[in-house]
Design a protein around this ligand. Structure first.
Ligand SMILES: *Cc1c(COP(=O)(O)O)cnc(C)c1O
Length: 359
């Protein structure tokens, strides 16, 4: 199906920010995508309209019981000036799964991707071109329904907003740096049967306390363990975790408490194509620490849309520090970063068919 949306242009376009001082989530573009859902009518009236405040009743359902879902992807400026999206179909599919879990009506994959493309196209002058910068795309669904009753709402809004963002590794002139990770034993992020595999605000609200605890320990982020036994490694902050042990790359299998990252999947597919052994399984923390001790643990890294690949140089567990790869950026982490970032930004030819979508 070919989706076309009305475009209502702003009459007061904003000044574009300095591309060398973008930060994250500080600036928003001139337009947003807005679509409504009403029970019996389905999703309707998708349009691109001026960016602006929402009017919500204080009793709006989302504000009370957090019935909401979101996505995160990016648009990249290519050297030839055109704009790339990276695997937006994966975000569309994931939002369907998040919505099902959260009793929110789903949005067709084609409609989701068409909405993203339509909005980015209208605000294409906002896609920055400084090295490492990009246009962050945030689709999300909330319910404006006036109801404090605990049941799925019958009205929803699907909104997409755009924010030009700085390079993740800006401080180091777009070069990777190794991060220090605190192994969290008290709090958990997600339990099997819960909402860990869905991208929803509640997961994030409950996780912030642990990130703060990690920072108090002098670390950058937290390594989550499984909820039941606190024995298996799950994710790093809001990123998926990978460990190169011997000649095998190990990452947690999608047990239900793991968020199926698009970058995670991209790493797995690339590694397999390059001839690496990739093991998706439950990985005991003890095995990781033992491998760090013997030197079998060659590298570790986290993956996500924001950082692409974030090498891990140190794990702090019960006051003890376990260094990985001399606290330096590993070869394979760098190779994965270069391949994925290169494809996203059009610096290199896409190695995988269908991953890069030009607008
Ligand atoms: C979004 C997210 C990721 C990374 O997913 P990408 O699609 O690679 O950006 C990993 N873990 C959690 C908990 C997340 O919310």
């Amino acid at each position: 199906m070919d989706y076309k949306f009305p475009i209502i242009k702003t009459e007061t376009p904003k000044a574009k920010p300095d591309e060398t001082k973008l930060g994250f989530g500080k600036y928003y573009t001139d337009h947003m995508f807005f679509m409504e859902y009403d029970e019996g009518k389905g999703w309707h009236d998708g349009r691109v309209m001026p960016y602006g405040n929402l009017v919500l009743d204080p009793a709006a359902a989302t504000l009370h019981y957090a019935q909401m879902s979101f996505e995160g992807l990016k648009a990249y400026r290519k050297p030839d000036g055109n704009i790339n999206l990276f695997r937006p179909d994966m975000n569309a599919k994931r939002m369907i799964n998040s919505n099902i879990r959260l009793s929110i009506p789903t949005i067709d994959e084609e409609l989701f991707v068409a909405a993203v493309k339509a909005l980015v196209d209208v605000d294409k002058d906002w896609v920055p071109s400084e090295p490492g910068t990009s246009l962050y795309i945030r689709p999300f669904i909330i319910s404006p329904e006036v109801s404090m009753a605990v049941h799925p709402a019958s009205k929803y809004w699907f909104i997409i907003i755009l924010s030009p963002v700085a390079a993740y590794y800006e401080a180091n002139n777009a070069g990777l740096t190794a991060s220090h990770i605190w192994v969290e034993e008290e709090y958990i992020r997600a339990a099997i049967g819960g909402t860990g595999f869905a991208k929803c605000g509640g997961n994030y609200a409950g996780a912030m306390i642990a990130s703060s605890a990690a920072q108090k320990q002098g670390c950058d982020e937290v390594l989550w363990l499984d909820a039941k036994e606190h024995k298996f490694v799950e994710e790093v902050g809001t990123s998926n975790a990978f460990f190169l042990i011997g000649d095998t790359v190990v990452t947690s299998s999608l047990t239900g408490s793991i968020l199926p990252g698009v970058t995670r999947d991209s790493c797995i597919q690339l590694l397999k194509k390059w001839g690496y052994k990739v093991d998706e399984r439950r990985l005991p923390l003890e095995e990781v620490l033992e491998a760090a001790k013997t030197g079998e643990l060659k590298e570790a890294w986290a993956t996500g849309t924001a950082c692409v690949v974030s090498p891990i140089g140190l794990l702090k567990y019960r006051g003890e520090e376990h260094t990985i790869n001399g606290d330096k950026v590993g070869e394979l982490s760098q190779k994965l970063y270069d391949a994925i970032y290169g494809m996203q930004t059009g610096i290199i030819e896409p190695e995988m068919e269908g991953w890069v979508v030009e607008i």
